[in-house]
Write a protein that binds this ligand. Structure first.
Ligand code: FAD
Ligand code: NAP
Length: 313
């Protein structure tokens, strides 16, 4: 028979927000249950060096997340390898259904489901996904040793992906739809100094070009945003790095969302539109979206949940 797990605090998500919420709520003796989802450790597990986590000049993203998980366990949080497929916030206890068959009942819920990579939405992008089209240089960069690649995007992720790919590829073309990058200046400096990198400004990608048998990428067709002139950029790999969308499916039609799907919280808190439900990290933050801010919000969510439960006696 399917198991039912009852808890005071259910934390959904295992990125910096989820694990920090677990540390704080475990230390508040709330015996939290944290469900990790299909990406244990969250987005930082798909990157390499993290240089802006206080106290660590250089730390590998996956290593940092292993440490956070160990920390949460050591404080007494129960960490569960499961994925929540549905959540009922209409009455208490709140009920979450796990893919494993486990049903979770909770007095308070902390949502920390983060964000997922965005795609451009081209049919050709879809066709070549996994066959030359990727949204993760850390995962797939190795396959492009001695080859040419294109990265699209102008934020920190795109610049970081482009720089990482220079470790393998002979040439990296960064295509951006404007004439300035939104990435941090220090990252831009590194990009512009790298002899393997070329930037194609003011262009969008219209089509990924490739072969049928075997399925594989041979280039992209780019278009100048003002003149409409087309350019074919030859490449073996196409990396999409145009940002992330909040993973708010569980909250849809139950919690107030804003700014294109981010969970809305009361300013200065993690309280959502449903009492007893708190949101933290990239799921609720369309501005900062950093590991340290996510962790900070995880802390706030645990403290908010503790006060909410204490207020109920
Ligand atoms: P996430 O890390 O996105 O984690 C979300 C978690 O929710 C995952 O564990 C997932 O499995 C889980 N989840 C989702 N849906 C469900 C579900 N239905 N059921 C159960 N669990 C679910 N920030 C920095 O500060 N420094 C950096 O150097 C840096 N580098 C980055 C490099 C890359 C390539 C990327 C993509 C991001 C980078 N960031 C960096 C941003 C940083 O990773 C995020 O801000 C941070 O991870 C957000 O943390 P989070 O806890 O909100 O969510
Ligand atoms: P982002 O900052 O939102 O940047 C997305 C980029 O993609 C923008 O340059 C945008 O162009 C472009 N873009 C969006 N949609 C597009 C489309 N359909 N076609 C072409 N281009 C498109 O996203 P991000 O780079 O993933 O960063 C997300 C957050 O994580 C940020 O807060 C970032 O600081 C953080 N992060 C930090 C680090 C680090 O600290 N080392 C590393 C990675 C990420 P416009 O500029 O024209 O809008």
């Amino acid at each position: 028979m399917a198991e039912t797990k009852k808890t005071k605090v259910l934390i959904i998500g295992s990125g910096p927000a989820g694990y920090t919420a677990a540390v704080y709520s475990a230390r508040a003796m709330l015996q939290p249950v944290l469900v990790q989802g299909i990406q244990p450790g969250g987005q930082l597990t798909i990157t390499t060096e993290v240089e802006n986590w206080p106290g660590e000049t250089h730390v590998q993203g996956p290593d940092l997340m292993v440490k956070m998980e160990e920390h949460a366990r050591a404080m007494g949080a129960e960490i569960v390898g499961d994925h929540i497929s549905s959540l009922d916030l209409s009455r208490r206890p709140f009920v979450a259904q796990g893919d494993s068959g486990t049903r979770y009942e909770a007095e308070a819920v902390i949502l920390a489901t983060g964000a997922q990579a965005k795609w451009i939405g081209l049919p050709s992008e879809e066709k070549f996904k996994g066959f030359g089209v990727s949204a993760c240089a850390t995962c797939d960069g190795f396959f492009y040793r001695g080859k040419q690649v294109v990265v699209i995007g102008g934020g920190n992720t795109a610049v970081e992906e482009a720089l990482f790919l220079t470790n393998f590829a002979t040439k990296v073309t960064l295509i951006h739809r404007r004439d300035t990058l939104r990435a941090e200046k220090i990252m831009q400096d590194r990009l512009f100094k790298n002899p393997k990198v070329e930037v194609l400004w003011d262009h969008t990608v219209e089509e990924v070009l490739g072969t049928e048998a075997p399925l594989g990428v041979t280039g992209v067709r780019a278009r100048h945003v003002d003149t409409g002139a087309e350019t074919i950029v030859p490449c073996d790999g196409f990396f999409v790095a145009i940002g992330h969308a909040p993973a708010s499916e569980l909250a849809k039609d139950q919690l107030e969302l804003h700014n294109g799907g981010y969970v809305k919280v009361e300013p200065g808190s993690t309280r959502t539109s449903v009492p007893g439900v708190f949101a933290a990290g990239d799921l609720t933050d369309h501005v900062y979206r950093q590991a340290v801010t996510s962790a900070g919000m995880g802390c706030m969510a645990a403290l908010d949940a503790e006060r909410f439960l204490a207020g109920e006696g």
